[in-house]
Write a protein that binds this ligand. Structure first.
Ligand SMILES: [Ca+2]
Length: 235
């Protein structure tokens, strides 16, 4: 008589959603959370090649998903004289720029259509706002293909120029390294693992670790060896 087989893990997401790269996906996706096209690529002075798809610039996960944003932090608060956005690939998708004032309130500096679509988009706000945090809103359906941003300068009315020291974004192509889970990145999922379960947004996969952001804002990593099921809650 043969010993009963141990229960096999059910990995429903992997079975239901075999990995198919999105149309137009790059041939060699980056690997790891620090990989190319991450929000961090928009920190510092411009270093990406102009008019080129370059991992030294930030790119969204999907090329033409619609509303996306990039938020940048600076060392010192200044009264905004100018914002210079370096759009190094498929420029023209920026639709609005906001600055967060000292109280944390978002103040619109500019909104409209970037008709020039040059590498450098210069915004000179009419109003006076003191800030050290900017948010750049894009409508990626305006210009097809990835709309990459290499760097954003905050120029003060005192003529000081600063490059960003921190950055975060609505999405990033860096998470394309999630491999088979790629199609589910950014979606709400329920993960059952050997010690319980967690519900939250799938942020990506880093080696053997699956990153989930819970509703309370806490980030949880589940080792793929401990994964029992991972199922999308939304389609
Ligand atoms: Ca850069």
């Amino acid at each position: 008589m043969r010993a009963p087989r141990p229960p096999q893990p059910r990995v429903t997401a992997l079975l239901l959603s075999p990995f198919t790269p999105p149309a137009g996906a790059r041939e060699r996706p980056p690997v790891g959370p620090q990989a190319g096209w991450s929000p961090a690529a928009a920190k510092g002075a411009p270093d990406a090649t102009k008019h080129a798809d370059d991992p030294r610039a930030w790119a969204t996960l999907a090329a033409d998903a619609g509303a996306e944003w990039l938020e940048l932090g600076y060392d010192r608060a200044v009264e905004v004289g100018e914002v210079r956005i370096h759009q190094t690939f498929n420029p023209g998708a920026v639709r609005r720029v906001e600055a967060f004032d000292d109280s944390g309130k978002a103040v619109e500096l500019w909104s409209g259509v970037d008709k020039a679509r040059g590498v450098e988009l210069k915004i000179e706000p009419a109003k006076t706002v003191r800030t050290q945090r900017l948010r750049i809103h894009l409508d990626t359906t305006r210009i097809s293909g990835w709309n990459e941003i290499d760097a954003v300068a905050l120029v003060g009315k005192d003529l000081t120029l600063q490059w960003a020291i921190s950055a975060r974004a609505s999405s990033t192509y860096a998470t394309a390294s999630a491999g088979p889970l790629g199609p589910l990145v950014g979606q709400k999922v329920r993960v059952e693992h050997l010690k319980g379960s967690v519900t939250g947004v799938l942020k990506g996969m880093h080696g053997e670790l699956i990153e989930i952001e819970g509703a309370d804002g806490r980030t949880v990593f589940v080792g793929s060896g401990a994964l029992v099921t991972l199922e999308p809650l939304e389609r």
